[in-house]
Design a protein around this ligand. Structure first.
Ligand code: KIV
Length: 282
């Protein structure tokens, strides 16, 4: 029996000074491989809007799509903590709807949800979800769902004042009951300062070396998504080329009669063949 990672395990890792590892996944097989590799958190990020669905921003993905991807990933994961993103506008109209939608994600297998921002309203959503048994991960710094109000893919917390503001937000998330938070795209000194001044773990993405853990979009690290690669994403493989080259070989093999081969086909028995020949002669 595998020992499942819970929100308590994530806090324990931070307390013991062990780095928390997290990656995104959107489908069953990838989730299974990441889990088998030993990652602590698998996030169904709403980055799937761009990476898996080809949309321009995360704004276009809705509850129905997130539910389907969350369900597939949750089936693939046996050990890691499955966290799913609440899509844009699924938790903004009113708290009751937010809790209901977050609950939908747990019903399909997520063990926690992630929300962006730290307004009074978002803090209330976090409180009410947590009270209802839905663990919540926060997300501060660059928050893609606020892209249009931020005004672009801009690094956050670039001054001491901005760093203190994010720290204030981080403390509020912690008080509201968030079990961890993502810190995205900020100078590493800012992320370090925030991490050292709160109790719950911080998971960095483009936030330097001193967060409690790190997360990246798996399609970036495997080189599968090629539209753009952020500066902070390390590429461990080149699936883009691997897939393209494999497809080109396949096409070539078909066109040149090398596929399928003798080993890749099914055959009739001699008896059936004899009958067929008799039949076709009639
Ligand atoms: O949507 C996403 O993939 C995220 C990250 C933290 C990578 O929110």
């Amino acid at each position: 029996m595998v020992k499942k990672i819970s929100v308590n395990t994530i806090q324990k890792l931070k307390n013991e000074g062990q780095k928390i590892t997290a990656l995104t996944a959107y489908d069953y097989s990838t989730a299974k491989y990441l889990d088998e590799a030993g990652v602590d958190i698998v996030l169904i990020g709403d980055s799937l809007a761009m990476v898996a669905l080809g949309y321009e921003t995360t704004h276009s993905v809705g509850m129905e799509e997130m539910r389907i991807f969350t369900k597939a990933v949750a089936i693939g994961v046996k050990r890691a903590l499955v966290v799913t993103d609440m899509p844009f506008m699924s938790y903004h109209s009113d708290v009751a709807t937010a809790v209901k939608n977050a609950g939908e994600m747990l019903k399909v297998g997520a063990k926690a949800v992630k929300v962006e921002g730290a307004s009074d309203y978002i803090l209330e959503v976090i409180r009410r979800c947590t009270q209802s048994g839905i663990p919540v991960m926060g997300h501060l710094g660059f928050t893609p769902q606020y892209l249009n109000t931020i005004g672009g893919y801009n690094i956050q917390g670039k001054s001491y004042k901005a760093t203190l503001e994010i720290l204030e937000q981080a403390k509020k998330l912690e008080q509201a009951g968030a079990f961890a938070m993502v810190l995205e795209m900020m100078p590493e000194e800012s992320a370090k300062y925030i991490t050292e001044n709160i109790t719950i773990p911080t998971i960095g993405i483009g936030a330097g070396r001193y967060c409690s853990g790190q997360i990246l979009v798996s399609d970036d690290i495997f080189g599968k998504f090629s539209d753009f690669t952020p500066k902070f994403a390390r590429k461990y493989a080149d699936l883009h080329l691997l897939i393209q080259n494999s497809a080109m070989q396949y096409i070539d093999d078909i066109r040149n009669g090398r596929f399928p081969s003798e080993e890749e086909i099914f055959k009739l028995t001699e008896e059936e063949l004899r009958q067929l020949n008799i039949h076709s002669l009639q």
